[in-house]
Design a protein around this ligand. Structure first.
Ligand code: DGL
Length: 283
C-alpha cells in the first residue's frame, strides 16, 4: 500500500517517556497527526528480558499499523535496542520506522568534540551494549562510559522529580566512578529529558548533556520530506492510548506534555497481550 501524507505518525514507549519525543515532533511538525501508545501495563521495560520487550513492541507495532500510521517511532531506548532491527526487517516495506538511538549517536559523534562520552539508561539498554557498539563503529577512539540507572525511569513515571530525594538518587548515580572524566553525557532513556535540568545542575556546565528528542524529530522530518509525506493540513486529532489507565498517570501526562490529553484505554490489552513467560510475577 502506498503511504500518504495524511496518515498519522505512530509513537510508542513503555509509559510517559516517549511523550518527550512526541512533544519535540509536534513542535517541529505541528501539522502531523499523532497516535501515541504508552504500554503502562508492562512498564518498566528496562528490567524485562529482551524477548518480553520484543513481544510487547511487536504487538504495539501491529496496533499502530492497524491505525494506518505512515511512520512509527520506537520512542523507547530499551525497545529500540532489542526490537528495532527485527521490526524494521518485518515492516520496513510497509511503514517508515525510526528508533531513538541512531539519530542521537550520529548527532553527537558528528560534532567530533568529545572523546569521553557517558551513557546512562535502563539495564536493558546498557546491557545490550548498543550505544558503545554504534559509537565505536563511527569513531573507535571514543571512550564510552556506560552506567545503568534503573531507578530513574520508575521514579519519573511515579511523578517523583525535582525534590530532595529524587535529586539524591540522581546525584548518587552521577557521582559513580564510571562517569568520572566524561565530557558529554547521553541520556539514553526517553524518560530522562524530564530530569535533564537536575542533571545539568549537577554538572554546572562542565559536561554537555544530550537527549534524543530533537535529533529524533529532525530525523522524522527528514524521512517524511524525502518521501514527500509531510502533512500540509493541520490536524489536532491526536490520540493517546495506554494499556492500563490510572488517574495518577493521566495527571503526570498532563504535567509532562503541558497540554490536556485525553487518554484512551486499549481494552483488555494487558490480559490479551501478556508475555507468555509472565515476566511480572517472575520479577
Ligand atoms: N523510556 C524507556 C527507554 O527509553 C524505558 C523506561 C522503562 O520502561 O524502563 O528506555
Amino acid at each position: 500500500m502506498a503511504l500518504s501524507p495524511h496518515q498519522p505518525i505512530g509513537i510508542f514507549d513503555s509509559g510517559i517517556g516517549g511523550l518527550t519525543v512526541a512533544k519535540a515532533i509536534t513542535r517541529l511538525l505541528p501539522e502531523e497527526e499523532m497516535i501515541y501508545f504508552g504500554d503502562t501495563a508492562h512498564l518498566p521495560y528496562g528490567d524485562k528480558s529482551s524477548d518480553a520487550v520484543h513481544h510487547f513492541a511487536s504487538h504495539i507495532t501491529r496496533f499502530l499499523l492497524d491505525k494506518q500510521c505512515k511512520l512509527i517511532v520506537i520512542a523507547c531506548n530499551t525497545a529500540s535496542s532489542v526490537a528495532y532491527d527485527v521490526l524494521q526487517f518485518q515492516h520496513g516495506e510497509t511503514v517508515l520506522m525510526v528508533n531513538v538511538i541512531d539519530p542521537i549517536v550520529e548527532g553527537v559523534t558528528d560534532k567530533k568534540q568529545h572523546k569521553d562520552i557517558g551513557i546512562i539508561g535502563t539495564q536493558g539498554t546498557i546491557g545490550s551494549g548498543i550505544y558503545e557498539n554504534k559509537i565505536r563503529e563511527i569513531d573507535p577512539e571514543i571512550r564510552v562510559h556506560n552506567l545503568a540507572t534503573p531507578l530513574l525511569a520508575p521514579m519519573i513515571e511515579a511523578g517523583f522529580f525535582h525534590n530532595k530525594i529524587s535529586k539524591e538518587i540522581i546525584d548518587s548515580y552521577l557521582a559513580q566512578p564510571k562517569l568520572e572524566d566524561i565530557e558529554a553525557l547521553i541520556l539514553a532513556c526517553t524518560h530522562y529529558p524530564l530530569i535533564k535540568e537536575d542533571i545539568e545542575e549537577y554538572y554546572q556546565g562542565m559536561v554537555d548533556v544530550y537527549d534524543s528528542t530533537d535529533f529524533v524529530a529532525q530525523e522524522v522530518k527528514r524521512l517524511l520530506k524525502n518521501r514527500e509525506l509531510l502533512n500540509n493540513f493541520k490536524s489536532n486529532d491526536h490520540h493517546f492510548y495506554v494499556s492500563d489507565y490510572t488517574d495518577a498517570f493521566e495527571q503526570t501526562t498532563h504535567y509532562y506534555y503541558q497540554e490536556k490529553i485525553g487518554l484512551e484505554l486499549c481494552p483488555h490489552w494487558s490480559q490479551v497481550e501478556e508475555f507468555p513467560g509472565n515476566e511480572k510475577e517472575s520479577l
